[in-house]
Design a binder for this molecule. Structure first.
Ligand code: NAI
Ligand code: MG
Length: 375
């Protein structure tokens, strides 16, 4: 049979985003060559901060709409010190997520073999930390409603508003997605996070809709509720009590950076921006940024990029072509890549952020070699 072909658009962006995207493309190529049942055709777009300074835009006119024709988007990181971060975020990442209806942002966290968590609770049993954070990705605190009056932030009497938007539709769909995620995990436990004591409108709506949806899962998923401040304490002191977590755009953004740090390094953490309806392509990216402090040195940890690539392969495995045929071996391919990553960290081939001495290229080559052995 001819291999199933997937067209992937890569947006490396800035800084280490470029290094780790190149590394991910190499690993994905090795994976498809090894399995032979699927292939990737890569297209690369130069939507970077450097080009923003030269041309005045990240994505050209119609560029984000143009992403709809690909099967998936692989994203590095965007942002550079000479462009204000709200410009790179609002001209690139946020419009992609909203235009392509990627309302679910999924962020798994585990402690990889051969790596050390700063949590003493995980020293004896690293499996105590095994979470999936489901982040609402389309509204909430990042909906962009607000304004500055007068338009300069520098006037003595400047007033600025930042309005959070919570909708019944937006809350219900992310909560349902989180319950479905929890249902497929061994512990079948979901923790919902808000701050509904202090924020008494949007967050109370969130709680209300959560419990409505939760009734559909009674007896199948155990669930509980946390306030976000108390949640930070629980993540540190009782990691084993958590499994799947659902939270608003802002809260989950912060909690997932904490989760990544607790697992050993932000350099290993992946994320998927999913359109669960599969109408539009989903986007896969490590959660870290462009890391200007280590950019261009060949020392960026590519594991978060590889794990994101594995999530992409797993998501594409759920795709169905015109004849209704799936690509089941791609689930095996995703598992194979994750095993290869784990073997390489266990062997001690690690970048500096994980306490090792290897560079990006060494880790990448080691993972590619390991794919062949695991297969
Ligand atoms: P960052 O994630 O780029 O870096 C934070 C720290 O973690 C730095 O010390 C960095 O060296 C280290 N680090 C990050 N990734 C690493 C890796 N793969 N290997 C080894 N060390 C790693 O966050 P920061 O410094 O707050 O932001 C830098 C730029 O990236 C900003 O312009 C920011 O807006 C942007 N950013 C973009 C994101 C995206 O494209 N989705 C996400 C987060 C930040
Ligand atoms: Mg973040």
């Amino acid at each position: 049979t001819t291999p199933r072909k997937f067209s992937i658009v890569c947006i490396p962006g800035d800084g280490i985003g470029v290094d780790i995207t190149e590394a991910a493309v190499q690993v994905l190529g090795t994976l498809s060559d090894t399995f032979g049942t699927f292939t990737f055709q890569f297209t690369t777009l130069d939507w970077s901060s450097k080009n923003y300074r030269q041309r005045g835009y990240y994505a050209p006119e119609g560029g984000i709409e143009g992403l709809k024709k690909y099967d998936a988007i692989y994203f590095g990181a965007v942002g550079w010190p000479d462009v204000p971060d709200h410009i790179s975020l609002w001209q690139m990442i946020l419009p992609i997520r909203t235009t392509l209806n990627q309302y679910a942002n999924v962020r798994p966290t585990r402690i990889l073999p051969g790596t050390v968590s700063p949590l003493s609770a995980c020293a004896a049993d690293p499996s105590a930390l095994d979470w999936v954070i489901v982040r609402e990705n389309s509204e909430g605190e990042y909906s962009g409603h607000g304004g500055t009056t007068p338009s300069s932030a520098h006037a003595a009497h400047t007033v600025a508003t930042e309005v959070s938007i919570f909708t019944r539709v937006g809350i219900a769909r992310i909560v349902r997605f989180a319950f479905e995620t929890a249902l497929r995990r061994p512990r079948r436990t979901l923790t919902m996070v808000t701050k509904s004591n202090a924020q008494r409108h949007g967050m109370v709506l969130w709680d209300t809709v959560f419990y409505e949806v939760a009734r559909e899962y009674d007896g199948r998923v155990a669930y509980d509720k946390m306030l976000v401040d108390a949640m930070t304490v629980r993540m540190v002191t009782r990691p084993q009590s958590l499994d799947t977590i659902v939270a608003t755009n802002l809260h989950a953004d912060i909690l997932s950076d904490l989760a990544a740090a607790l697992s050993g390094s932000i350099g290993i953490a992946p994320s998927s921006n999913l359109d669960p309806s599969r109408t539009y392509p989903s986007m896969f990216e490590p959660i870290h940024g462009s890391a200007p402090d280590i950019a261009g040195q060949g020392i960026a940890n590519p594991i978060g990029a590889f794990w994101s690539a594995a999530e992409m392969v797993r998501w594409l495995a759920g795709a169905r072509d015109g004849e209704g045929l799936g690509v089941e071996s791609m689930v095996d391919a995703a598992d194979c890549l994750m095993q290869a990553i784990a073997n390489v960290t266990e062997q001690g081939v690690k970048t500096r952020d994980l306490g090792g001495k290897s560079g990006t290229k060494e880790v990448t080559d080691a993972v590619c070699a390991e794919i062949g052995k695991v297969y």
